[in-house]
Design a protein around this ligand. Sequence first.
Ligand code: ATP
Ligand code: MG
Length: 289
Amino acid sequence: MPRKIDPDEFRVRPADAVNLRERPTKVPRFYRSKKEYEKLLAKQVDALSELQRMHYACNRYALLLIFQAMDAAGKDGAIRHVMSGINPQGCQVFSFKQPSREELEHDFLWRANRCLPERGRIGIFNRSYYEEVLVVRVHPELLAPQGLAETTSDGESIWAQRHRAIVNQETHLHHSGTRIVKFFLHLSKDEQRKRFLARIDEPEKNWKFELGDVRERRHWDAYMSAYESCLAATSTDLAPWYVVPADDKKNARLIIAETIVATLRGLDLAYPETSPARRKELLALRKEL
Ligand code: ATP
Ligand code: MG
């Protein structure tokens, strides 16, 4: 039997101080061969597809999955593989890049608010409003075009203020039926280097390589400390963060799939029941066919 995955092992508890050096980027494999990995993932993808159908029919909750990571950590691949079995109608992916002029004219949660999943759906954020306490914190000059009217008056930093705004927003969403699960794909700096080198050395991967990625890598430590403070401040019981070891892509995908399946299984989902009156109506219509 392969090792069983316990999502709780990767969850950030609300009281945790987060030290990313102490959290692994690599853990023993949950699969013993490529074939076994494929079998395990396929099983979870099937389970997910089945749960998604019930989630859709039940129409009680929305599910929001947030993915954050350094470049080349495997966000795109994880989203593609884990969500591959889902009916595209029930699921939407949004990728958040540098904000547009229009987006900069609004508060920092605005653009994401417009992309939130409806009840019965799964929404995936490939990057998110969390960039506002990550890339923007690492490059505070990005704040200038946001034209903020005031800085904090009580000595609270803008980052603490934003963390609080996010927690409030996610709590509000939870009370409105949106369940939120957040994944930080935790990649080692060395593994990122290997993946960048492969993007340069293997011509079919050249398209994935961007100059900017190497520039951001120079700020690695600043990013890690922004992540640490963000994960510690915004992982709540209602909207937990999972720090997923990402040096092994297959392992990471299995952990993510298991966490999403467990979250959906934890919801009170059921197909809507047919009332006796409706049943009678249907039987009457049947006679007409
Ligand atoms: P990939 O490189 O795999 O295609 P990606 O998510 O890295 O995916 P890019 O277009 O390379 O996509 O990068 C998007 C960039 O936009 C990232 O560097 C990210 O930090 C930046 N970004 C996202 N949100 C914001 C924001 N609110 N403010 C400033 N920059 C942001
Ligand atoms: Mg990129």
